[in-house]
Write a protein that binds this ligand. Sequence first.
Ligand SMILES: NC(=O)c1ccc[n+]([C@@H]2O[C@H](COP(=O)([O-])OP(=O)(O)OC[C@H]3O[C@@H](n4cnc5c(N)ncnc54)[C@H](OP(=O)(O)O)[C@@H]3O)[C@@H](O)[C@H]2O)c1
Length: 286
Amino acid sequence: MKGKTCVITGATSGIGRAAAVQLGRLWADLILTGRDERRGAALVRQLRRDHASGNVHFMRADLSVQREVRELAAAIRSRCARVDVLINNAGARFDTFQLSPDNIELTFATNHLSHFLLTLLLLDKLQAAEVARVITVSSGAHGSACGDFERYFRAENYDRKAAYGNSKLANMMFAYELARRLRGTKITSNAVDPGGVATNFARNNGFMSWMRHIGYHALKRELVSPKKGAETIVFLASSTVVEGISGKCFSRKREVPSSPISQDAEAAKELWGLSLEMTGLDDLSK
Ligand SMILES: NC(=O)c1ccc[n+]([C@@H]2O[C@H](COP(=O)([O-])OP(=O)(O)OC[C@H]3O[C@@H](n4cnc5c(N)ncnc54)[C@H](OP(=O)(O)O)[C@@H]3O)[C@@H](O)[C@H]2O)c1
C-alpha cells in the first residue's frame, strides 16, 4: 500500500482504528477521522511510533453535521492529490430519537448521509487514482430492515433497532448503487458486514446498552476482536484478489449475499434521490 492514500472515517475506535493499524503496517498514507481530537492524536502518535508507516494525519469532524462533512472533504481535497481507498466506517446506534443539527434523524444522518455526501464530494479525487476502492461498512442488521427509511424520521415511530437496521441497509444500497453508477470506471464500490465485534459500539447509550450489544454477539458465539473485524476491510482495501470486483458485500474476506431489498435497483435509485435532496447535492456521479 506504499504511496496509496487511504481515508478511514471513524478511525478513533473499534473496527476503524484496527483497520488504520493494519493499513499503517502496510505503509499506506492515512487520513483518519473522528470527533475525538485526543484519541485521534494518540492514534497518530502510536502509528508513527510503532510502524514504519507512511504519512498519517488525523482530521476532526462530526459526520452527523453536513457542514463538517463538507469541511472535512475540503481539507482532504486540499491535502491529497488523489484518494486511492475510501473506507466509510464511522457509525452508531441511538437508543432514543434524536435530531442532527441539520434536523435529520441522527442514525440516518450519521451512518448514511455522511458517507453519501463525503463520497460524492471526493469523487474526482477517487477518479484521479490509478484505481480506487470505496468500502462502506454495513452490518448484518441490514437484513431485517424494511427500506421504509422515512418512517423512522419521526419521533413517534422511532425504533432504535429499525432505525439502525435501515441506516445499514442504506449503506448497503449506496455501495451497490455507487458501483452501478461507476461501472466501466476505475473505481469499485463494495460493502462489508464485519460481524459481531467487541468495540465501543452502543456505548454512547450507556453501559447496559453496550453490554447488551456485546452479550448478544457473545451468546451467539460470534463475537470477534476489532483486529479480526477489520480484516475484511483491509482485504478489500489492499488485496489483488478483489481487483475489479464491485457491487458486492463481503464478510470474513468472502463475498456473501445480502438481503433481497438491498439488491433492489429501483429502491436504491429512490434512496439516491432522497439522499441528494437531503444533502442538497447535485448528482455528481450521473
Ligand atoms: N461492533 C459491531 O458488532 C458492528 C457490527 C456490524 C457493523 N458495525 C459497524 O462498524 C462500524 C464501526 O463501528 P465500531 O463497532 O468500530 O464502533 P465504535 O468502536 O463505537 O467506533 C465508531 C467510530 O465511529 C466514529 N463516529 C461515531 N459517530 C460519529 C460522528 N457523528 N462523527 C464522526 N465519527 C463518528 C467514532 O469516533 P468518535 O467517537 O471519535 O467520533 C468511532 O471512531 C459502524 O459503522 C458500525 O455500524 C459494527
